[in-house]
Design a protein around this ligand. Structure first.
Ligand SMILES: [Ca+2]
Ligand SMILES: [Ca+2]
Ligand SMILES: [Ca+2]
Ligand SMILES: [Ca+2]
Length: 491
């Protein structure tokens, strides 16, 4: 029984005795509670940055002097101290009344709700626990006053997340593709900018219970998240398909709601009757891949703290190879396992190699210098173990030859084939044998304090380019605006 934070109000996504439909966060937190220098950006309808369970977790721009009317850090935004509101172009990213287009129900809770799941203050005696524990939240509002998300504001917000070098960007919105690929290409260009800044992108797969490519989740270099329920099954609303990378809890999820303005009576009734609100405390319940996504973002915050050189590409690999393989009724990827992502001793056996097996575990991991890799073979035969860097380039062959069945210790001295110590970074050990293939992570030298810094480029102007202006009249905008609201109308 792991140590649990207090309080943990029916947060089955964090811990449930049986079945373990959760994502093993308590065990993960024993190893890693994240860091205040790990920033999770959330682009949404706004985040109540004064919420009692969020206020201590809100990112502060170290380069900006508050309230002096000067853009001190030269990023084009004046006094962006706690994020930015790209919808209304001001420095307060808190939500305002955001009526859903069908019924007029206030969706202003949506961003605050996501923020709580990602990184509400944990073990602080009030409210709930957030996955990212010590990680910070960069609040980015992508909605205009009295309306839902707008494409222009969302895009500017995504680019801001990259520009400020947030380690993780959580995107609980999306638009279905049209036949032209316009939506796909539009989001891919922006995602490529953000990923180039080193930001790990994660997005909700959508709530239409269909295999329908939804962007940005389905874009390359974005981790697409489907939703599970407390029975360890796929949530009935979750989109699915081979493009969904990982699954995480997204049904009957408690989280924080906004307190910064008075919620109208009509919306209060909805909150009370459909979202389990008690009419008083700033928490309620919700369903949606929108809420699976920030949970994964919080886990990625822990992973990025554990492995500072984790790249967007290797982060996706890490979550997929360390996740729990579950026979869902439709494919939504393996379910995220936070503990295994942080330890990643054993990676999945290659498909089609079920009978004979190989396993690979690394310890210590991460390491400074030598690492011992334990290779387990179910059948005797030739095997080869090599270390690859995060881009897939082989840096060192550790062993190659004939091995007996059983468990073999193989030592990697932390050097490349030429005998030089490898740079700090994340490395994959790849094992090929008669019994199949396996992979393990070997994070080399990540504990070296001089190497912990995240590379930062010089301050630049906003990345918005004129080539994107063509989107402004496209169908994608409308699709994006309604997507976040869809779950409401299905209740
Ligand atoms: Ca600024
Ligand atoms: Ca300033
Ligand atoms: Ca504002
Ligand atoms: Ca709390």
């Amino acid at each position: 029984m792991p140590q649990l934070p207090h309080p943990l109000p029916d947060q089955w996504s964090i811990y449930q005795a049986s079945p373990r439909a959760d994502i093993h966060l308590p065990e993960a937190w024993d190893l890693q509670k994240g860091s205040a220098s790990t920033v999770i950006a959330i682009v949404d309808v706004g985040i109540d940055i004064s919420h009692p369970d969020l206020v201590s977790r809100i990112w502060t721009n170290p380069g900006e002097i508050p309230g002096n009317g000067i853009d001190d850090d030269g990023n084009g935004l004046i006094d962006d101290v706690h994020g930015w509101d790209f919808g209304d172009n001001d420095n307060d990213p808190s939500p305002v009344f955001t009526p859903d287009p069908d019924y007029g129900i206030d969706l202003g809770f949506h961003g605050t709700f996501c923020a709580g799941i990602a990184a509400a203050a944990t073990n602080n005696v009030i409210g709930m626990a957030g996955a990212g524990w010590n990680c910070k939240i960069l609040a980015i509002k992508g909605a205009k006053a009295d309306s839902n998300l707008s494409t222009d504001a969302v895009v500017a917000g995504m680019e801001y997340a990259g520009q400020m070098h947030a380690q993780v960007l959580s995107m609980s919105y999306g638009a279905k593709d049209d036949t032209t690929g316009e939506v796909r290409d539009f989001f891919q260009a922006i995602v490529d900018d953000v990923v180039a800044a080193g930001t790990i992108c994660v997005a909700a797969a959508g709530n239409s219970n269909e295999d329908s490519l939804t962007y940005p989740a389905a874009n390359n270099h974005v981790i697409a998240v489907g939703a599970t329920n407390s029975s360890n099954g796929r949530a009935g609303f979750s989109n699915f398909g081979s493009w969904v990378d990982v699954a995480a809890p997204g049904e009957e999820i408690i989280s924080t709601i906004q307190q910064n303005y008075v919620i109208d009576d009509f919306s209060q009734i909805w909150y009370l009757f459909f979202f389990g609100w008690d009419g008083e405390s700033p928490y309620m319940w919700g369903d949606g891949t929108s809420f699976a996504c920030p949970l994964v973002a919080g886990v990625l915050g822990l992973c990025k703290t554990q492995y500072p050189s984790l790249t967007p590409t290797s982060a996706e690999e890490l979550l997929k190879t360390s996740g729990d393989v579950i026979a869902f009724d439709q494919p939504i990827g393996p379910k995220v396992n936070a503990y295994r992502a942080l330890t990643q001793g054993i990676a999945g056996v290659g498909p089609g190699a079920a009978a004979p097996f190989v396993r690979l575990a690394a310890a210590p991991n991460p390491s400074v210098g030598p690492t011992r890799l334990w290779m387990t073979l179910s059948v005797a035969g030739p095997a080869r173990l090599a270390i690859h860097d995060a881009s897939g380039r082989r840096v060192r062959e550790v062993a190659s030859g004939a091995f007996t069945a059983g468990r073999h210790p193989l030592d990697w001295d932390g050097r490349d084939d030429a005998g030089h110590p490898v740079a700090a970074g994340l490395y994959f050990a790849r094992l090929e044998s008669a019994g199949g293939q396996a992979r393990a992570l070997a994070g080399a030298s990540t504990l070296s304090s001089s190497l912990r810094g995240i590379p930062r480029s010089a301050p630049s102007t906003m990345l918005r380019s004129t080539t994107r202006a063509w989107m402004r009249s496209s169908a994608a905008r409308g699709a994006l605006e309604v997507s976040v609201a869809r779950r409401w109308s299905e209740r």
